[in-house]
Design a protein around this ligand. Structure first.
Ligand SMILES: Nc1nc2c(ncn2[C@@H]2O[C@H](COP(=O)(O)OP(=O)(O)OP(=O)(O)O)[C@@H](O)[C@H]2O)c(=O)[nH]1
Ligand SMILES: [Zn+2]
Length: 501
């Protein structure tokens, strides 16, 4: 759309367009007036082009400058670091502060200060770099906020202006994320641990399926673990194991109480960033606490050595276990703040507030099948043969190769139905589906008349926004290239000029 075609809007005298035009005139008036002033100062320079909007230009310029100040770092970038810079992981966010654990030692000159670890300790510990995580309390550099680069828990960051004594620093830049989950918001999650309990609460196949589907939909590798194994007999455990194997999962049976399976879990979690999910009360916090203090999980001496917190920091301490608010009857873990807790064997584990109904908002009718290993297995077992339709929902239509002889087929149906209802609701409420363009109205004398259907309100609002945006884009382009402004031939600009004379 050119600025000339804006004049077309003059024929549609809706208030929105008028407002927009008022906006546009105020945008354009400035350069025209400036050009006129210039002309008065310099009457010989008749063909001088109008100046682009200076403010807009300046804003754009500084945006470009800022972005170049903080280009996104790729994961294998190895920026040159000074003694007062380090690379670390954001472990927690609190108000305007981020707690960053950096994997490097302060320069020797700083160690002689009142660094928390005494010199003796520091030299006697296995101080191989990369093993010791030093906690720094950081703010985020203003430039990053200006260019709206969000810093999330889990982000790999460059910290600068480090005060190794007071343990302060400033996050200067963020590395590209390998993954990002939304609820809770965590970057660079390598692994999900889906935790359920055998009893208290009892293992329930449909709830488990919901959690598994939600976890599978992130595309992040997952491990399924079943806690409180000591509460049921071995036969029950074996039966569940067999059952879950048929779903496509190899569960880890564990018990915080009896310590069963904890070594296997510690081994699976080492050196990864894991988010633990599962219903309330299954033992997520208990498991985190025990894994962080499991002396058999690794060399006990390492537990204290690899992570060096700021004196008085509380965020990484024991997770509260089994506390239930007397008022709401829900777990007290209602906060959405998430922390990455350093594990004794390396890596991090993040607790999530217990919730019993994953939303499945990211799952669509089409993607649901990908969250069922059984379906994926049937599809791949058939080699190149595929369902008759590319977008087959595997509901037993003719030509579908997914048969109904598997345990969770009814769950698949049920979830598909739930997602279908949600998608239809979304379409009705925010939808973009076009209604018929014409409607019939019984007019005077009972004669049926066709008239163009007015767009429903929600649609109109959306298209206004679109118009708004395209005009702004247009102005942007004009500012990029002011030669495209054909002042003489533009009716609006001509009118404006006449008005201002
Ligand atoms: N019998 C038994 N009880 C356990 C075991 N692990 C944890 N519990 C108990 O289960 C209860 C709930 O544990 P939490 O760790 O708070 O569970 P959670 O999953 O973190 O719960 P939310 O914080 O509400 O999400 C507590 O009373 C724990 O002591 C276990 O292996 N066996
Ligand atoms: Zn099919």
């Amino acid at each position: 759309m050119s600025i000339a075609s804006l004049s077309l809007f003059l024929n549609h005298r809706t208030p929105a367009v008028h407002n927009l035009l008022r906006h546009v005139t105020s945008f354009r008036l400035l350069p025209i007036a400036a050009a006129k002033q210039q002309q008065q100062k310099n009457p010989n320079n008749v063909s001088r082009k109008p100046q682009p909007n200076k403010n807009l230009l300046r804003a754009k310029q500084s945006f470009k400058e800022y972005s170049s100040l903080a280009p996104v770092l790729s994961l294998d970038d190895k920026p040159d670091l000074s003694d007062y810079q380090a690379i670390g992981t954001v472990a927690a966010a609190q108000a305007n502060f981020m707690r960053v654990i950096v994997q490097s030692l302060p320069p020797a000159s700083e160690l002689s200060g009142n660094f928390q670890k005494s010199e003796e300790e520091a030299s006697s510990s296995k101080s191989d770099e990369g093993k010791i995580g030093v906690e720094l309390l950081c703010v985020v550099r203003a430039v990053l906020k200006k260019i709206r680069r969000r810093v999330l828990v889990g982000d790999k960051v460059v910290v600068g202006s480090i005060d190794w004594v007071d343990r302060r620093g400033m996050i200067e830049n963020v590395f590209q994320r390998s993954s990002e989950i939304l609820d809770p918001p965590v970057a660079n999650v390598d692994h999900l641990l889906v935790l359920f309990s055998m009893e208290q609460p009892k293992l329930e196949p449909f709830t488990l399926t919901r959690f598994l589907v939600e976890a599978e939909s992130t595309g992040i590798p997952l491990t399924l673990a079943l806690n409180k194994a000591e509460l049921v007999d071995e036969e029950t455990l074996v039966a569940w194991k067999r059952r879950l194997r048929s779903w496509g999962y190899e569960p880890v049976l564990c018990s915080v109480e009896s310590k069963r399976g904890l070594d296997s879990l510690a081994f699976i979690l080492r050196d990864q960033t894991t988010v633990i999910v599962g219903p309330s009360g299954v033992g997520k916090s208990s498991l985190i606490n025990v894994l962080r203090n499991n002396p058999r999980a690794c060399d006990a001496a390492e537990v204290d050595n690899w992570f060096d917190p700021i004196l008085g920091s509380k965020w990484f301490e024991e997770q509260r276990v089994g506390e239930v608010s007397t008022r709401s009857g829900r777990g007290k873990h209602t906060t959405r703040n998430v922390s990455l807790l350093p594990l004794s064997g390396g890596g991090y584990l993040a607790d999530t507030p217990g919730f019993n109904q994953p939303s499945l908002l990211k799952v669509t009718k089409q993607s649901l099948a990908q969250a069922f290993p059984e379906i994926q297995k049937m599809l791949s077992a058939n080699g190149p043969a595929k369902c008759a339709f590319n977008d087959c929902l595997h509901l037993g239509e003719p030509g579908c190769i997914v048969k109904g002889d598997w345990e969770r087929y009814s769950f698949y149906f049920q979830l598909l139905d739930e997602i279908r209802i949600r998608e239809e609701f979304q379409l009705r409420t925010f939808g973009t589906k076009k209604e018929a363009d014409v409607r019939y109205k019984v007019g005077d004398m009972g004669v049926q008349q066709a008239e163009p259907r007015l767009e429903p309100k929600k649609h109109r609002r959306q298209s206004r926004k679109r118009i708004n945006q395209s005009i702004l884009d247009e102005l942007d382009e004009l500012d990029d290239d002011d030669t495209s402004l054909d002042e003489e031939n533009d009716p609006i600009l001509r009118a404006l000029r006449n008005e201002n004379q």
